[in-house]
Design a protein around this ligand. Sequence first.
Ligand code: FES
Length: 140
Amino acid sequence: MSTATRLDHTTEAELPTTPGTERGTSASGVAVPGQAAPVRGEAYAVCRVDDVPLGEGRAFVAGGVQVAVFRLRDGSLHATQAACPHAGGPLADGQTDVDVLVCPLHLYAYRWSDGAATSGAAPIRVYPVHESGGEIVVEV
Ligand code: FES
């Protein structure tokens, strides 16, 4: 697991702001009951984009938080907590598709969009992630 570098130069204005793409908000930016509010934390460059092969995940420590970062085959990026809430499975080693991450230990599936388990089990935490200057940046 690699340790990330904090980006002091990243500002809120540089972050993706597409309406309706953040957890807990509708397309109009209004909070949605029952969903977690979007979390904006410190930004950390965890690795170069090419350090995460297409279709795979890798684990990092960003600001003392263990995160799993994924680059799907469509090029999209996702970041979640590193350990599965069920029994600590290594989520970075999970299987991915466009909608969900599947834990490698007991095959619980979690949605990228909000971290909810499709089985109704405890959700995982998802983090804002984007590419900047060839690096993957995660906010924790
Ligand atoms: S540890 Fe992830 S589903 Fe059991």
